[in-house]
Structures are given as structure tokens and as C-alpha cells.
Design a protein around this ligand. Structure first.
Ligand code: NAP
Length: 284
């Protein structure tokens, strides 16, 4: 039976460190603020934004919320971002994804000042990450690296297989694992014979959004399995991994919910404090 990777526990410990950092900054006269832009009425996005604001509250970070209707134009959102770029109370800006199809997502991401880009999606931050000196790294992948580190799961020299190549999870995660000297394979929907590749993984990460994608016969005995997927089903939230059967084979495994999710929010708060330090010329 595998050991459970408890994302709630690790996120709690990270949030305690962040809260202490915020207090230290406050003592130096620096307040930390995060602005969240929400466009449209996607119910899941509303829940995520509410959770982010609540987490800010518990950590002493001031949150600013900007809601736009489904009919909002790209221009209106860009103008709001420009104001936030110049607002000294705001250290971090994020635009909750997905955006309605009418909005130019690329323009929105590029409008956020790179030093306030706490999601780490701006091309400047992507480029820095690729060059190995990234400061504001995408939250879900950096949360996953923090989980592995917390449980002392060795990354160097291991075969890491990442399934899913999105800009927000799979691609940056592959880069970060490679930086930590794993040998990385990045799989996607056109990958042929996925099972033959997943079987080689010491660390297997699924970021697809497909219930039941990873069955026990696809997992090497003793492997670490990280489930990023979130699928809403009649049984509630489930991941990509068939948890009951895979947990009999894996060495370590994350649950859904309670695995990667809490780390994503904690990493966002971590980035917000980092951004505040960068903007105040402090060491990070
Ligand atoms: P995305 O943009 O929808 O990308 C999905 C990826 O999965 C694509 O690269 C796609 O390949 C690949 N894929 C689809 N079907 C596949 C298959 N049968 N075999 C192998 N690869 C397949 O996804 P995302 O935004 O990264 O999100 C992925 C999942 O993670 C979703 O369930 C999302 O809700 C969840 N998520 C969770 C968190 C968290 O904090 N827990 C954060 C972000 C996302 P192609 O590139 O070829 O299309």
C-alpha cells in the first residue's frame, strides 16, 4: 500500500512560513496585496477566486477582486490591468483562467507586468524559467516540486513522465523537473502506447483531466504518482488516476481532492510575497 502525499498538510506548513514572511514585511512597512480579475460566470472559477481571497485573508495579504461580465471587452480588461500595474498596493495580479473565448488571452497575459505576474505565465517569466533563473514560476508545477521535496522524494536521476503539455502545468513542470536533473518524458494526446512509457516512470504525473486515465497496470511498482487532474463526476471530484487500484502499486500517491490543489493556492501566495520582495528590491 502506498504512502499518501498530503497536500493539505504541506500547504498548511508552507502557508505558515508565508504568514511569518508577511508579518516581517509588515514590520518593515510593506503591505502585501493580490489583485484577482474574474471574467464571466464560470462557477468553478468563482469558487477558485473565493478560495484565493479567503486564503489571502488568513495570511494577512490584502485581496482586491475585479469582476467583469461575460460581455466585457479585451480593452476593458487591459485597461484594468494597466491601472493595477501602476497601483503600489498591488504586488500580484492574476486573471482567472479560462477566459471567455471573446477575450484575447494572449494580450491579457502579456499586459500584466512581469514583476506582478504571480501566475508566472508572462513570456518574460516563461523565458527566465527556461533559462534556469525564473523567479515567478507557475503555481501548480512549483507546488508539485514542493510536495516531492517535502516527502524527500528524490528527483535527480529519476525517470519522470508528465502526461499533459499545457502551458500552465505540463510544459513548465517538465522544465522544472529537468532542471532538478530528472530524465523527463512529456506525453500528450498523440502519444502512442502511453502505457509503455508510464511503466518506465519513477515519478508519474498526470495533468490531463480524464477520469480513469491511469490504471494500476500502467504504473511501475513503487513509483510516485501525482494526480493533477480534476474531474467533476456524480461521485464528486476525482482525478485522472484510479486511486483505489493504483494506491496498491505506487510508493507514494496524491489524493484528489487534497493533493495538488491546496499546493497551487499556497504557491500563489508564495509568489505574491516573492513579488512584493522583488518590487521592494529585497533578496528573495
Ligand atoms: P489542458 O490545457 O486541457 O491540457 C490537457 C493535456 O492533456 C493536453 O496536453 C492534451 O494533449 C493531454 N491529453 C488529453 N487527452 C489525453 C490522453 N488521452 N492521453 C494523454 N494526454 C492527453 O489541461 P490543463 O489546464 O493542464 O489541466 C489538466 C487537468 O489538471 C485538468 O483536469 C485541470 O482541471 C487540472 N488542473 C488542476 C490544477 C490543480 O491545482 N489541482 C491546476 C491546473 C489544472 P494535447 O496537447 O495533444 O491536446
Amino acid at each position: 500500500m502506498s504512502k499518501l502525499i498530503d497536500g493539505k498538510l504541506v500547504a498548511q506548513s508552507l502557508k505558515k512560513e508565508i504568514k511569518d514572511e508577511v508579518l516581517k514585511l509588515n514590520k518593515e512597512g510593506i503591505n502585501v496585496g493580490l489583485a484577482v480579475i474574474l471574467v464571466g460566470d464560470d462557477p468553478a472559477s468563482h469558487i477558485y477566486v473565493k478560495n484565493k481571497a479567503a486564503t489571502c485573508d488568513t495570511l494577512g495579504i490584502k485581496s482586491f477582486e475585479y469582476n467583469f461580465s461575460n460581455n466585457a471587452s479585451t480593452k476593458e480588461i487591459l485597461s484594468s490591468i494597466e491601472k493595477l500595474n501602476n497601483d503600489s498596493r498591488v504586488n500580484g495580479i492574476l486573471c482567472q483562467l479560462p477566459l471567455p473565448y471573446t477575450i484575447d488571452k494572449k494580450a491579457v497575459i502579456e499586459a500584466i507586468s512581469p514583476i506582478k505576474d504571480v501566475d508566472g505565465f508572462h513570456p518574460v517569466n516563461t523565458g527566465k524559467m527556461l533559462s534556469g533563473y525564473g523567479e515567478l514560476l507557475p503555481c501548480t508545477p512549483s507546488g508539485i516540486i514542493k510536495l516531492l521535496d517535502y516527502y524527500d522524494i528524490k528527483i535527480e536521476g529519476k525517470n519522470a513522465v508528465v502526461i499533459g503539455r499545457s502551458d500552465i502545468v505540463g510544459k513548465p513542470l517538465a522544465v522544472m523537473l529537468s532542471k532538478r536533473n530528472a530524465t523527463v518524458t512529456l506525453c500528450h494526446s498523440k502519444t502512442v502506447d502511453l502505457k509503455s512509457i508510464t511503466k518506465t516512470a519513477d515519478i508519474l504525473i498526470s495533468a490531463v483531466g480524464k477520469e480513469g486515465l491511469i490504471s494500476a497496470d500502467m504504473v511501475k511498482s513503487g513509483a510516485t504518482v501525482i494526480d493533477v487532474g480534476i474531474n467533476r463526476t456524480d461521485k464528486g471530484l476525482v482525478g485522472d488516476v484510479c486511486f483505489d487500484e493504483v494506491s496498491k502499486v505506487a510508493g507514494y500517491i496524491t489524493p484528489v481532492p487534497g493533493g495538488v490543489g491546496p499546493m497551487t493556492i499556497a504557491s500563489l501566495m508564495f509568489n505574491t510575497v516573492k513579488a512584493a520582495k522583488i518590487q521592494n528590491g529585497m533578496k528573495i
